[in-house]
Ligand binder design. Structure first.
Ligand code: URA
Length: 291
């Protein structure tokens, strides 16, 4: 299958996206792949053999164009509104305003009290990404403030830094009812805003807490055992970097603090993940993990 997008199609898509951008629309969602995923048919104007291409004379010929499933054309084209400002505080404000009183997925009508946007240092070198707000977070409007949050705070402290130095957010910004796992479409609808937050903060390392965060950020399906223990080169999907000094960051996967509360024997493994992160960030590793 060809990896390149037909130049004519690319131009047409760019024009269409610019048209939407002019109307203030920046977010686009993919339909779930159909059984013809990765292949679409378009009409392209092709010259008859030996003939010059002319818009009037061109004959429309239906020609299948193969598009690599993972090729995100929006990466190539659309700049987000916050990308016109260099101050990350302002950029995050623009993203928050764009999110508004979000009703993009069903979670808005399933008992959420408020949107939990994210908290912390807008210029953080280190970001933690969890799954979604629980009851305490929904109540306070801040991620990781309940029991799992206390453990996350201890993990951050064990790294020799303070919670205020990092940025913390979730894949979904509204509490799933009964703390259920967010559905895939909810993650897909909400995560473009997180991707924009990451691009605005420009961290050196993102730590995905748990399988939902890891799978959504990396767009891959694998077990925690397969996902942990290494760094991934990460670029926020759907955001085209316009900063020559930031072309993505490293991403590491570790256990979700709520899982560690249920199975404290895995804390040592999580500490190994965090030590790997500390080494990457040039932080001095202490011998002791989070209690
Ligand atoms: N669990 C999460 O994934 N996120 C929170 O903010 C709290 C608990």
């Amino acid at each position: 299958m060809s990896r390149t997008l037909d130049p004519e199609l690319r131009r047409a898509l760019a024009a269409r996206i610019r048209y939407y951008n002019d109307m203030g629309i920046y977010d686009f969602y993919r339909r779930p792949p159909s059984d013809r995923a990765g292949e679409i048919a378009v009409s392209t104007n092709q010259p008859e053999s030996g003939e010059e291409m002319s818009p009037r004379k061109a004959t429309a010929v239906a020609k299948p164009v193969a598009i690599q499933g993972d090729e995100n054309i929006f990466d190539l084209i659309a700049l987000k509104p916050e990308q016109s400002v260099s101050d990350p505080v302002q950029a995050l404000k623009i993203i928050r305003e764009d999110l508004g009183d979000c009703t993009r997925c069903v979670l808005h009508k399933q008992g959420r009290k408020q949107i939990v946007f994210g908290v912390g240092n807008p210029t953080a070198e280190l970001m933690f990404v969890g799954e979604g707000p629980g009851a305490d977070e929904d109540e306070k409007g801040e991620p990781f403030v309940g029991r799992a949050g206390q453990l996350l705070n201890n993990m951050i402290k064990a790294m020799g830094i303070a919670r205020e130095q990092v940025y913390i957010a979730n894949i979904v910004k509204c509490r799933p009812p009964g703390n259920r796992t967010p559905e895939r479409d909810e993650c897909e609808t909400c995560s473009p805003f997180l991707m924009r937050q990451i691009a605005a903060i420009k961290p050196k390392v993102v730590v995905a807490l748990g399988a939902v965060a890891a799978k959504t950020l990396l767009a891959m399906n694998a077990s925690m055992m397969q996902l942990r223990g290494r760094f991934y080169d990460f670029r926020p999907a759907g955001v085209r970097s316009n900063d020559p000094n930031w072309d993505g960051c490293k991403l590491a996967v570790t256990y979700h603090p709520a899982f560690l509360l249920r199975d404290p024997r895995q804390k040592g493994e999580a500490w190994k993940d965090l030590q790997m992160v500390m080494k990457e960030l040039g932080m001095k590793a202490s011998a002791k993990g989070a209690e």
